[in-house]
Design a protein around this ligand. Structure first.
Ligand code: ADP
Length: 503
């Protein structure tokens, strides 16, 4: 039954991976490669789009080859991607006009301060507050800072896309007929799409001074034809239909089969992202959450979500590894943190990109507080893991506030959920059990589901529910007093990170 295999390409913030799943949702193949994080100035984060396109080709070819497969064995490919990251390229040459500006990048903070005057419009149309996070201000920055670019736009020599668009355009032929498309979940994170109509919004285009001709066509997240067909070459090559595409967090909500209103997942990657399915309801937030698309299948109604996005979680672990060099690999943090019973009263607020949900403070920067001569790198490692959990607690409280939903259990996934100590700490700090599925790569799985649904590998969403299986569950061990004391201290530490950046 080789033709029931579905490929998933997950172009993430730190790495690109290709996975192949069978009709039961079980992993058949995987290849993953990191790419460079380009950090030209404090607060700036870029990726090289050419490097990313090369990694995409490499992981697909290498993943298929290692499993003894070729493109002909795949019924379809689904794409999922780091969201908001902004690329502008020349469709005639395939060359980018600038490095991709990554979602974590804060160079647009002055523009965002001006956008405060339009907060009401932005929230009402897009569900998103003014923040450096989203694509529109990044696109405006590129259009305004690259010499001659606005002229190139009028000559048809510049187009914009989030990473999904860039990847699909390249996979489907690049300058030789590549499709310039995106899906509703990615388009919804640009701050240029109207959440109700799911179309580009003229008033928002005017606000960000974005010419309509640079924008990709918006499609549903799962579609039999809209995304085109790959033109992979080499031994692994074949024309494989791309029939699913959605942002990584939206793919994870699909991969975690959170198809009913009230179901939620929390993904632990570079950042953390909790999404709660709100069904057909567009629920405004009063607690610092985003209102966003969950997903939209072909010929189906759109599904919406509330989202709590935390900018820095796993990337703080990478910071310990790459900048401070107190661990050699991300995996080492677990043993180091476990070598001490607690943080000795130290708290680390990793507000490297300001603070995202539920605080939304661009003026915050990272702080470590409560230090004494006693503290070691082990305490810092432990405080880093606790920071991931405390930030998640703040988001969960906001979800309860906005949607009136109290979760019985938190479904988790993502690269950092291999850390069992982190999972236990999360249950302790939330006071809610935490459950990890057998397939923790739910982002890739969700992209495969979106593609396989449109390609007829699976018949409907409900048929996917039975594929979800729990691997392990962690129960809270802390007393309520211990939990509330620790969280109150965390809140004081957050206060100390605020008002740091002087305008
Ligand atoms: P993304 O898709 O955002 O690139 P992944 O889901 O691949 O992220 O997860 C990678 C992140 O998880 C990295 O930031 C890394 O530091 C973190 N990570 C990986 N292993 C561990 C671990 N054992 N403990 C804590 N964090 C980890």
């Amino acid at each position: 039954m080789a033709t029931r295999l579905v490929g998933a390409l997950d172009q993430g913030t730190t790495s690109t991976r290709f996975m192949v799943f069978d009709g039961n949702g079980a992993e058949v193949a995987r290849r993953q490669l990191e790419h460079a994080q380009i950090l030209p100035q404090p607060g700036w984060v870029e990726h090289d789009p050419i490097e990313i396109a090369a990694r995409v080709n490499d992981v697909i070819a290498g993943g298929l080859r290692a499993a003894g497969l070729t493109g002909r064995d795949l019924a379809a490919i689904g794409i999922t991607n780091q969201r908001e990251t902004t690329v502008v390229w020349n469709p005639r040459t395939g060359l980018p006009w600038h490095n991709a500006i990554v979602w974590q990048d804060t160079r647009t903070d002055r523009r965002v301060a001006e956008l405060e005057a339009h907060r009401g419009l932005l929230l009402e149309r897009t569900g998103l507050p003014p923040a450096t996070y989203f694509s529109a201000a990044k696109l405006q920055w590129i259009l305004d800072h690259v010499d001659g670019l606005r002229g190139a736009v009028t000559r048809g020599e510049a187009v914009f896309g989030t990473i999904d668009s860039w990847v699909i355009w390249n996979l489907t032929g690049g300058p030789d007929g590549g499709r310039h498309v995106t899906d509703v979940t990615n388009a919804g994170r640009t701050q240029l799409m109207n959440l109700r109509t799911r179309a580009w919004d003229d008033e928002l285009l005017a606000l960000f001074d974005v010419p309509r001709q640079v924008l990709p066509q918006i499609c549903t997240s799962s579609h039999p034809t809209a995304f085109g067909t790959t033109r992979l070459t080499g031994p692994a090559g074949a024309e494989v239909p791309i029939t699913g595409s959605l942002g990584d967090q939206h793919a994870a909500i699909v991969g975690q089969v959170c198809f009913a209103p009230g179901e939620a997942k929390n993904t632990y990657g570079t950042g953390n992202f909790m999404l709660l399915n709100t069904g057909s309801a567009i629920v405004p937030s009063t607690s610092g959450l985003l209102t966003t698309m969950a997903y939209q299948c072909h010929e189906s109604a759109p599904v919406y979500a509330l989202e709590g996005s935390i900018a820095v979680t796993g990337s703080a672990v990478q910071w310990l590894r790459d900048q401070l060099q107190i661990i050699r690999s991300a995996g080492e943090i677990e043993a180091l943190a476990a070598s001490v019973p607690d943080t000795g009263g130290a708290y680390f607020v990793p507000a490297f990109s300001g603070l995202f949900a539920p605080y939304w403070r661009t003026d915050a920067r990272g702080v470590i507080v409560g230090l004494s001569r006693f503290h070691t790198k082990a305490h810092l490692a432990r405080a880093t893991l606790e920071a991931i959990c405390f930030q998640t607690r703040a988001v969960l409280d906001a979800m309860a506030q906005d949607a009136g939903v109290r979760l019985d259990v938190l479904k988790v996934d993502g690269g950092a959920t291999v850390n069992n100590l982190l999972m236990q700490m999360q249950a302790d700090i939330l006071g809610v059990p935490v459950v990890r599925p057998v397939v923790s790569e739910t982002t890739a799985l969700g992209a495969a589901y979106a593609a396989g649904l449109a390609a007829g590998v699976w018949t409907d969403l409900d048929s996917l529910r039975t594929q979800w299986k729990a691997d392990r569950q962690w129960e809270p061990r802390w007393s309520a007093d211990q939990r509330e004391h620790a969280y109150a201290q965390w809140t004081r530490a957050v206060d100390r990170s605020l008002n740091w950046v002087v305008p």
